[in-house]
Design a protein. Structure first.
Length: 107
């Protein structure tokens, strides 16, 4: 299991940016899921952006955490976007059918 670093910041327009680094796997799954869902349902910013520029690995649990964040955001009327994907992560999201939902116009 790898290590991941999660930083959350708020932009002047209220957008919450969640910057991820390292490996998104079982070791980080529950914390990431909780962070994304609570941000969407409690903070309720206009937009959540998950920045994956420095992510080196994602397994199915990491993808599940992103999907849970997307679902919570959608249910709360919050825009949710994932950006700066490595090609292998983009391909994983395409294979699961989540790419268009999570990346949208940011591709």
């Amino acid at each position: 299991m790898g290590d991941a670093v999660v930083n959350r910041s708020v932009e002047p327009d209220g957008t919450v940016v969640v910057e991820l680094r390292g490996e998104l796997d079982l070791a980080i799954n529950e914390a990431l899921r909780l962070l994304l869902v609570e941000t969407a349902t409690t903070v309720r910013p206009p937009r959540i952006v998950v920045d994956m520029l420095h992510v080196s690995f994602v397994d199915s649990t990491g993808i599940g955490a992103l999907a849970a964040g997307y679902s919570a955001a959608r249910g709360s009327g919050v825009e949710f976007t994932v950006r700066h994907l490595a090609p292998f992560i983009a391909e994983q999201l395409r294979l699961t059918g989540l790419y268009e939902h999570l990346v949208g116009a940011e591709s």
